[in-house]
Structures are given as structure tokens and as C-alpha cells.
Design a protein around this ligand. Structure first.
Ligand code: G6P
Ligand code: MG
Length: 215
């Protein structure tokens, strides 16, 4: 059993439920373009970059846009999304997260963020959680999105841990795949029916303890 040196956290849907705000903003975009999509389809957008998400959504609606129009719509979506993010408060941190991060710090285990979002620092500021993180790797640093392991490999490097010494927490199928592709343990946050490739799945961090990291 390898001793765990670092925990790498996805942001959206793991630390805080911004997934609902992404869904709201993307749905508004779809509706303005004359179609709709379901919460089930929305699962596919989790962990995926802004432009890749837009491509998927436009496909669902059979809408084709020029590259310039795509950038305009993505910017519009981000503005709607940020209007919702700006209203966020520290109360929105998901159950058990602050306690678990505090336990990790006290145990000397490093903490890194591994998110596809370009808004991650802003969100961590809003919820007052920036100080917990030893490293932040996000959409501004990476060239390859999940399921590519790049974001987590950079997190491991930034915390001086080997991939085998890292545990990743993820709510997205693509994120669990990224962790596994990087040779890391992956704990799913959400539903075991969706996150079938995770080592195990927790519904919330209330179920998580330091002991459960070593498996
Ligand atoms: C996370 C979310 C995705 C989102 C992506 C980019 O991975 O799960 O739904 O599309 O970040 O976020 P951004 O804030 O840069 O648009
Ligand atoms: Mg996520």
C-alpha cells in the first residue's frame, strides 16, 4: 500500500455545485438558439472544456455556427454563468468538504485543484477556499482536457507526489478516466451508477475520512 501524499480535487460538482449554474447557462444558450437539452445529456458536459461543451451542444441542436459566432456564444454563456457565480457564498461549499480539507492539511497531505475551468480562482475566492490549496491547475494552465491526464499529472508534479501517491476526487466520467489514465486512484463523488470506473464512490464528503484514502 503506497502512502498517499497528495489529494487532487476537481472543482465543479466536487467542492461546490457549480454544475447547476453551468447547466442553467448552457440551457439558456440552447434555448436562445431554438432548442433544448436534458439533464441526462448534461452529464456529458461535466469535466469538459467550455469550447468542447459548446460543440457538443450545437450538435444536439443541429446548429452550425462560424468560428467567430462560436466564440461570441461561448462568451455570452460565460457572462450568464458568471452572473450566477457572483451570487455564490461560502454556504455553497458541499457538505463535508471543509472538514475533510482541514483533516488533510493537519495530516500533512498536499491539496491541489485539477479543474478544466478558467474561472476556478474566482469561484474559490467567492467561497473563501483559496487558502486550502497548495497548487491550482485549471483551464488556464492545461493544453489537453480530461479524459487526458495532463491536469492531474501537473497537480502531482506541483505537489511533489508521484501519480501512485495521489488520490483524485471527481464527479465526472471524463475526470475519473483522466485520473486512471494518469495512474492515480480515483474516488467518485456522486452516483456509483454513473462513475463506474472509480475505485469507489461517495455521495458526499461526509462519508470521507483519512483512513479511507489508503486502500
Ligand atoms: C469544469 C466543468 C465543465 C466546464 C469546464 C470549463 O470542468 O465541469 O462543465 O465546462 O469546467 O469551465 P469554464 O468555467 O472555464 O467555462
Ligand atoms: Mg466536475
Amino acid at each position: 500500500m503506497t502512502k498517499i501524499k497528495a489529494c487532487l480535487f476537481d472543482l465543479d460538482g466536487v467542492i461546490v455545485d457549480t454544475a447547476v449554474y453551468h447547466f442553467q447557462a448552457w440551457r439558456r444558450l440552447a434555448n436562445e438558439l431554438g432548442f433544448d437539452f436534458t439533464e441526462h445529456q448534461n452529464e456529458q458536459l461535466k469535466g469538459i472544456s467550455r469550447m468542447e461543451s459548446l460543440e457538443l451542444i450545437l450538435n444536439w441542436g443541429n446548429v452550425s455556427l462560424t468560428e467567430a459566432e462560436k466564440v461570441e456564444w461561448a462568451t455570452r454563456k460565460n457572462d450568464w454563468y458568471l452572473d450566477l457565480v457572483k451570487l455564490m457564498t461560502p454556504n455553497e461549499v458541499l457538505p463535508g468538504v471543509a472538514k475533510f480539507l482541514t483533516d488533510l492539511r493537519e495530516a500533512g497531505i498536499k491539496i491541489a485543484l485539477g479543474s478544466a475551468s478558467k474561472n476556478s480562482k474566482l469561484i474559490l475566492e467567492r467561497i473563501n477556499m483559496l487558502d486550502y490549496f497548495d497548487a491550482i491547475i485549471d483551464g488556464n494552465n492545461i493544453t489537453k482536457g480530461k479524459p487526458d491526464p495532463q491536469v492531474f499529472l501537473m497537480g502531482a508534479e506541483a505537489t511533489n507526489a508521484l501519480p501512485s501517491e495521489c488520490v483524485v476526487f471527481e464527479d465526472a466520467v471524463a475526470g475519473v478516466q483522466a485520473a486512471k489514465a494518469g495512474g492515480m486512484k480515483a474516488i467518485g463523488v456522486g452516483s456509483a451508477d454513473v462513475l463506474t470506473e472509480a475505485d469507489f464512490v461517495i455521495a458526499t464528503f461526509d462519508e470521507m475520512t483519512l483512513e479511507r484514502l489508503n486502500f
